[in-house]
Ligand binder design. Sequence first.
Ligand code: ADP
Ligand code: MG
Length: 341
Amino acid sequence: MTRAKIHLLPTELRNQIAAGEVVERPASVVKELVENALDANATEISVVIEDGGQSLISVQDNGIGIPKDELELAVTRHATSKLQTSADLSNISSYGFRGEALPSIASVSRFRIVSKTQEDSLAGELCVNFGDIGENAPASLRQGTLIEVRDLFFNIPARLKFLKNPATELKRVTDLFVRLALGADGVSFSLVSGSRTVQEFFRFEDKKERLAKIWSGSVIENLIPVDYSAYGMRVFGYISNPKSLQSRPDRVLLYVNGRSVNDKLMLKAIRQAYAGKIISRDYPQCLLFLELDPKEVDVNVHPAKSEVRFRDERALFALMAKAVESALAKCPYYFSVKNLQ
Ligand code: ADP
Ligand code: MG
């Protein structure tokens, strides 16, 4: 076999490879775009989806916007406004920091960004056609950013084949959208699919009012509040009363410093705290927020940042278990069951 020379990959190919990690499906696009809107201090975010996101994903916000002359950078890999030095990497307070989402998405779709800052009188608009960056043109928009992503993965048939039917993709988008909305107080969110409003959260609704839109009435009526601090960390939110449990495994919503995560350790601690108080086929429902010093948690473990690594796993486990146990101990139903035994 003749050996090919080692060579640097062209930019478009690099972005497509990165997209393989960051952009798995329409829901991941929605996640990245909504997180960008939240990082831009938006108070209104509207998401529109068509065909489960395959033909269109559009996200519009009223955040700080991007100056016209920075639009090319916004779609360039490793370009970000959120990180300056490597010291910042251990102290991250924004959702984004990698500068990978927009170039990745734009390399696997027909992408259009329109954005306007408060200072500028005109908006700027840039189209990127499967990685091919077009002309920067003036446009009109109120302050904020509009991003449209069309024909996702049309240039990558292997990815396209891997997508499920539109209804399933919409469900994943909706789940993700709900997670983001539950983590961002003071922001209104709407999700429209075709012409149907799938989910809507108003700006001044609190977490419980938002939960009431997705969980059943009996669970909401019996929610137990949690607020517990130890080891320099705080965990707060709501957990379900063992008497109103449902047999649905996907209702544990966990956040670390505002970021929605799937963390097995936190889940294990919660399950342990519920053990003996529920029958084995029931699942607890929880919405729990963990707050800790950003230096105590590494969010730079996974490209989609849905997994994190804790410095002190033991303390974290103990904190979560105690937080849930002590909240359950205050719950009258649990005491009455115990007293009967
Ligand atoms: P990251 O979020 O990791 O910085 P992205 O590729 O998601 O990387 O975005 C690149 C940059 O574009 C961001 O750092 C930010 O400055 C800008 N940006 C992206 N989306 C928005 C938005 N909705 N509003 C304002 N600025 C945005
Ligand atoms: Mg981002």
